[in-house]
Design a binder for this molecule. Structure first.
Ligand SMILES: Cc1cc2nc3c(=O)[nH]c(=O)nc-3n(C[C@H](O)[C@H](O)[C@H](O)COP(=O)(O)OP(=O)(O)OC[C@H]3O[C@@H](n4cnc5c(N)ncnc54)[C@H](O)[C@@H]3O)c2cc1C
Length: 532
């Protein structure tokens, strides 16, 4: 065990958030170190190597905007980059900004404790090594703790089991093999589409059908790239004015779906379907705000599913009944058509629940399905899981998992009462999950760096949310959600995918208003915070 020299900033994680935080802290003259459990940088794009893994926000948008030379020099090959290219981008960022010597790879943080007398965090790695820092930045990822549901018998399965979020480095050969795949969220939809042509037989076990719209992915159009790069800063600024921090090229239609005539509605849905991606949800201004408007969009997509999927029973099972966009919308590359392949089968485990995994496959609804390999696309303990799994102790030794037992109390998503000088990046209470996360990360890191500079200028040593500000903020996040369709389904936004997790709506909708609020708080000397 070694006690290193005290740092200004200790960062947990070296995904995009950790990389930018490290760069920013160093540029501000702060001493900083990032501890990363993985053997490489990139976070999400280091771990999620499953076939078909790629972004659902166009790469000209899902990338860093903080450095003009970086955004001019880097060239994406596709409209929606795939995982290997995103990982290479993270590696490039680490090299380009000389960050390697500030990152300790293969170092999992086990816990951290606030020492009141010294006004410092002591951070402990799994191996026992410790560091001290004035500030602790949790850049540990909103989706970085994989969820593996309890399936009786899983350990007795004879073949390999792969979780999409912990995919092996070496290529997995599904040739000639029968594959079972559980889960049809974003990762499942991508993996199903990519694995089906590689394997002998694919059986998909679906609990909730996915809403998916086409990506129309392809090589990046050089004319589009040149146009964006001619004014990249302007493009980023326009995107920051969008609710989700992206999509300024095709803003939401200001018309209500309820006011449009049937022919106009159909034409607009069709136009957005042909454009692809999240732009579909902007076909009318109220798709995410009004259940009746949402139902019209949903019925359009159900019609698409019926027209694409040839077997009527499979098409029936694939048609969701909850509001479109209520769970994260999937952006696909031939997902529904995959079910027309003769080697793909769909089992609805809402109708026929999974009873147990056997050596040769699994039993659902009293019937055994046989396969040679099992893929779990079962998602994450989202937004809170990574923090509550740590032994994170604030003032008076209070544990984060106790503080958050009934839901993630926080202020602006950034600060937590009782945990002085701890900043959380892209977590609950912020817009991260509803935003182009790169925009959310850059905004958070800039805000944190400015906050630390303010404290140092003002001769203050600690900052912490007040209980009152925290309570009001959590109420605000819920009040905003109540004006949308997001509370009408069971999603990971609500913690509904994890048994026993409190049902609290975690992300905030609407980036521009959120960014304005964060700026206002700072301008008012960190209103809602206790400074000492
Ligand atoms: C498959 C997939 C696709 C996605 N696609 C998109 C998309 O298209 N658009 C979008 O906006 N968002 C997308 N996201 C969300 C994505 O998580 C973010 O965009 C972004 O990558 C988050 O970056 P991050 O640095 O905050 O977290 P991460 O990339 O998750 O990095 C966190 C890092 O912290 C490390 N860490 C965690 N705990 C510890 C610990 N105790 N000790 C040490 N290290 C630790 C982890 O190992 C990880 O490397 C996607 C997520 C997934 C899973």
């Amino acid at each position: 065990m070694r006690r290193g020299a005290p740092l200004d900033v200790l960062i947990v994680g070296a995904g995009f958030a950790g990389l930018y935080m490290l760069h920013k802290a160093r540029r501000r003259g702060l001493s900083a170190l990032a501890l990363e459990a993985a053997a490489g940088v990139g976070g999400t794009w280091y771990f999620n190597r499953y076939p078909g893994a790629r972004v659902d926000i166009q790469s000209m948008e899902y990338s860093f905007g903080f450095d003009e030379a970086l955004q001019q020099d880097w060239r994406w090959t596709e409209r929606y980059a795939a995982q290997p290219e995103l990982r290479a981008y993270a590696e490039h960022v680490a090299d380009r900004f000389g960050l390697r010597d500030g990152i300790r790879l293969g170092t999992r943080v086990a816990g951290a404790a606030w020492e009141e007398a010294r006004r410092r965090w002591t951070v402990r790695a799994e191996g026992g090594e410790t560091w001290e820092a004035r500030f602790l930045v949790m850049a540990s990822g909103p989706l970085s703790s994989p969820n593996t549901p309890v399936f009786p018998g899983l350990e007795g399965f004879d073949g390999p089991v792969y979780h999409t979020a912990r995919w092996p480095e070496e290529a997995v050969d599904f040739g000639g093999r029968r594959v079972g795949l559980i889960g049809t969220g974003s990762s499942g939809v991508q993996a199903i589409t990519a694995i089906a042509p590689q394997c002998a037989e694919l059986t998909v076990f679906q609990r909730t059908p996915a809403w998916a719209v086409p990506a129309h992915n392809g090589p990046l159009d050089p004319a589009f790239e040149a146009r964006i790069k001619a004014d990249y800063a302007g493009f980023r600024a326009r995107n920051r004015q969008m609710q989700g921090g992206f999509g300024s090229e095709l803003p939401p239609n200001p018309v209500s779906a309820l006011e449009a005539g049937a022919a106009e509605r159909e034409a607009k849905f069709e136009e957005r379907w042909r454009t692809g991606g999240f732009s579909f949800l902007g076909a009318f201004r109220d798709i995410l705000l009004d259940e009746r408007a949402n139902a019209l969009a949903a019925e359009f997509v159900r019609g698409k599913i019926r027209s694409i999927v040839r077997d009527p029973e499979t098409a029936r099972r694939l048609q969701p009944r909850y509001a479109i966009g209520c769970k994260r919308l999937c952006v696909d590359t031939g997902y529904y058509a995959t079910y027309n392949r003769p080697n793909v089968g769909l089992v609805d485990v809402a109708e026929s629940p999974i009873e147990r995994i056997t050596g040769k496959g699994l039993v659902a609804g009293g019937r055994e399905y046989a396969f040679d390999a099992l893929v779990l696309a079962t998602g994450f303990d989202a937004m809170t899981g990574t923090l509550t799994r740590l032994d994170l102790r604030g003032r008076g030794g209070r544990a984060m998992r106790d503080k958050w037992a009934a839901g993630p109390l926080n202020y602006l998503g950034l600060l937590i009462e009782g945990f002085p000088n701890l900043f959380n990046v892209a977590g609950p209470g912020s817009t991260s999950a509803f935003t182009n996360v790169m925009v959310a990360i850059e905004h958070h890191v800039d805000w944190i760096a400015d906050c630390i500079a303010f404290l140092d200028r003002a001769g203050k040593r600690t900052i912490e949310a007040t209980e009152a500000a925290e309570a009001a903020w959590v109420e605000h996040v819920l009040a905003v959600a109540k004006r949308t369709v997001y509370l009408t389904c069971n999603s990971w936004y609500l913690g509904a995918n994890i048994p026993g997790k409190p049902r609290v709506f975690m992300p905030l909708f609407g980036f521009p208003a959120y960014a304005a609020k964060c700026a206002e708080v700072a301008a008012r000397g960190y209103e809602g915070c206790a400074l000492a």
